[in-house]
Ligand binder design. Structure first.
Ligand code: AMP
Length: 411
């Protein structure tokens, strides 16, 4: 099935083309037609299935076809609730990407940061609001937000909200929405409490379920190398020299790290370039074109810089650093193995990253096989975790959660 067959308007089709999407994913094929027809919908789907586009595209199309309000009179017509700041930002980016030709305004609010820029944006008028429940409730309590015009309501990752104790906040928010609206709920699992929520907020919903994330990543050959942080670059050079790796996208947690990796690879005789937010658009595009054109063998990227990059026939993804958010692992490795091509994902895990690996394995429900041919086995042992916790300034809550966890030992 093509996007044309889904009756999408040209500005959206063009935006999807620019994102590098050639055909709708399964969930998009199933969800977009009933959503365009105005139905409520329950989606049993996880991140990695393309569910964000499945709800963002029909919402954008319907809003775009409504009568345009002058900029100053924009009202929040779509509200998307999601449990974490990272997901909220990703969803906001998706709306910006798919809706870039529509002139609609979306905005993301979440806690843990000052509220002034958020309230300023709200005052200037927005059409689509993506929010985490806590900060939204705060702003509602301060009467700084008006939800009276919401006609699309999306509850994303409902089971995770339940786990995180957000359900009462969610119910309170819903009680402030107009009663006539289109409702969408997405959840990877359907525990009884979510079923109850579905019964109370959705009317005669279409129900769809798509292949869970574990089978999406199952087609990718995954390996983990336990390695000391200081040996990671040597290990990468070794693998690039010894293994059949035609092209690799290497993920670094930091921009500085990406530069250093690329520099060391070049020194070792491997063609490599880095892309990250500190590079100009021109330099990024050039690096990307060189990689796509096979002029460079390795592209080293941060997650933000890599977003939206679509590289066909990418054989290898290397997680030089493991991501702080487990879903990001799936996004990263999903870049290989696209279009039925079986790809390979190699991850480096130093002693501080072990809790991140555990989180990833929990999400994908796969125990990632440990490489046997490791010339740089780790020398550091577990107790050092206590004196050197993972540095993750952007996510204080997650870091605390990780620190409290007892650490296991190498497998
Ligand atoms: P999600 O499940 O919404 O987090 O999406 C997972 C990943 O799939 C994201 O990186 C999207 O950019 C990508 N994606 C979503 N829809 C498509 C599509 N139709 N074709 C290719 N990639 C897609």
């Amino acid at each position: 099935m093509s996007f044309e067959e889904l009756n999408l308007i040209a500005p959206i089709r063009d935006a999807l083309k620019a994102e590098g999407y050639t055909a709708p994913t399964e969930i998009q094929q199933q969800a977009i037609p009933p959503l365009l027809a105005g139905r409520d919908l329950v989606g049993c789907a996880q991140t990695g299935t393309g569910k964000t586009a499945a709800f963002a595209i029909p919402i954008l199309q319907k809003l775009a076809l409504e009568k345009k309000e002058p900029k100053s009179q924009r009202r929040i017509r779509a509200l998307i609730l999601t449990p974490t700041r990272e997901l909220a930002v990703q969803i906001g980016d998706s709306f910006s990407g798919y809706g870039k030709n529509l002139g609609l305004k979306n905005f993301v609010i979440y806690g843990g940061v000052g509220q002034k820029p958020q309230t300023d944006a709200l005052k200037s008028g927005i059409d689509i609001l993506v929010a985490t429940p806590g900060r939204l409730i705060d702003l509602m309590n301060q009467k700084l937000i008006n939800l009276h015009h919401v006609s699309f309501f999306v509850l994303d990752e409902a089971d995770r909200m339940l786990d995180m104790g957000m359900v009462n906040d969610v119910k309170k928010i819903i009680s402030h929405l107009p009663s006539i609206r289109q409702n969408l709920l997405f959840s990877a699992t359907m525990p009884a409490e979510i079923m109850k929520l579905i019964d109370t907020i959705l009317q005669d919903p279409v129900k769809i379920a798509v292949t869970p994330i574990s089978s999406t990543v199952e087609v990718i050959d995954q390996t983990v190398y336990y390695v000391d942080k200081k040996e990671k670059r040597k290990l990468l050079i070794h693998l690039l020299k010894e293994k059949d790796i035609p092209s690799a996208l290497v993920f670094s947690r930091t921009k500085h790290g990406a530069d250093r990796i690329a520099k060391d690879l070049v020194k070792a005789g491997v063609q490599a370039q880095a892309i990250h937010g500190d590079k100009s658009q021109g330099a990024r595009q050039l690096a990307l074109n060189n990689f796509k054109g096979r002029k460079t063998r390795v592209l080293v990227a941060t997650d933000i810089a890599a977003r939206g990059i679509d590289i066909m026939e990418l054989s290898h993804v290397v997680n030089f650093d493991l991501p702080n958010v487990p879903e990001t692992y799936v996004h990263r490795i999903g870049r290989t193995g696209r279009a039925g091509l079986g790809g390979t994902a190699i991850s480096f895990c130093d002693v501080e990253e072990k809790p991140l690996l555990k989180d990833i394995e929990k999400l994908i429900r796969i125990s990632i096989p440990v490489a046997e041919d490791n010339p740089y086995p780790p020398t550091l042992s577990e107790p050092e975790l206590v004196s050197a916790p993972v540095q993750d300034k952007a996510e204080p809550q997650k870091r605390n959660r990780r620190r409290r966890r007892p650490s296991g030992s190498y497998r």
